[in-house]
Design a protein around this ligand. Sequence first.
Ligand code: IPM
Ligand code: MN
Length: 357
Amino acid sequence: MGKQRSYNIAVMGGDGTGPEVVREGLKVLDAASAKFGFKLNCTHYDFGGERYKRTGETLPDSGIEELRKHDAIYLGAIGHPDVAPGILEKGILLKARFALDQYINLRPVKLYPGVETPIKNKGPEDIDFVVVRENTQDMYCGMGGVMHEGTPNEVATQTAIYSRFGVDRCLRYAFNYTRKRDKKKTLMLCGKTNVLTFVYSLWERAFHEMGQKEYPDIKREYAHVDATTMWMVKNPEWFDVIVTGNMFGDIITDLGAMIQGGMGIAAGGNINPDPGGVSMFEPIGGSAPKYTGKNVINPLAAIAAGQMMLETLGEGEAAAAIEEAIMHITANKLKSLAATKMGYSTSEVGDMAASLV
Ligand code: IPM
Ligand code: MN
């Protein structure tokens, strides 16, 4: 008999409705682990707005060292109405992404059966693509500054930085992902080579060089980011895998979340694909303070984040079972994916999903 598969998971419920949706996600993960024969050892951490208010601490270096000891991180949501914007986002979410070098942000855009999309005449067969967003560079790297702040002479800069190394490793992940996904075998680079001629020229050259040399089986396409948003609404069926920079990826994946039915269903993975890398999975919606503690928020996005976590840990069968459960619920149960309108409570949706895996 082989040794039982076992994973150490750091759980960060975070703020607002984060802990509620994570609780439901864990129900489903527990059901999957029992059925598919692996073990999850969860350790809970309280990083978030409440802890910050109490201690002034966001995610200290010692917290990063703690997180590093795990096989993966399962995150609810970060964002607190009493804390100024930027503090928790930078101090917790971005800190974890950068310190753990989670250089991929993987965001599937998939319309499940029974889910309403705002795009007329499009169904699940039309909306099924994946965005690979670079996650550690661009305007997110904190390069820049401000001078004469608060005066009429104020000057501010925030620079987009890309290294060839950082672009190459993101492209490599995207090419491999496209190959493994095995759908249209098409990788589209989304950029802005007509204006951001420095950084997106780097991306474009790296893209074609790598594709030509190492991925002749993958078709390469290119679109500017503005055109990409247009096609996402007009012809979402054109896409297979999109690879893009951090800032553009942030923006187009919110649009992606809307066309797949909203924040109630959209999940993402902050992935460090290197050996020993610690990845972090999250529903991409916010902490929804107004629904906190009401048991009305949709936990499916958090459940889908759990599914991605299992997939990344190598538990593909269990991940597939969770996706089936989600699809069964969207197709046959929920009236809507929106908070308060599901026809079920948060915990009822979690119970249903757990019983279906
Ligand atoms: C996201 C969020 C974050 C980002 C914020 C909260 C820092 O919008 O995960 O997409 O910009 O990456
Ligand atoms: Mn975002």
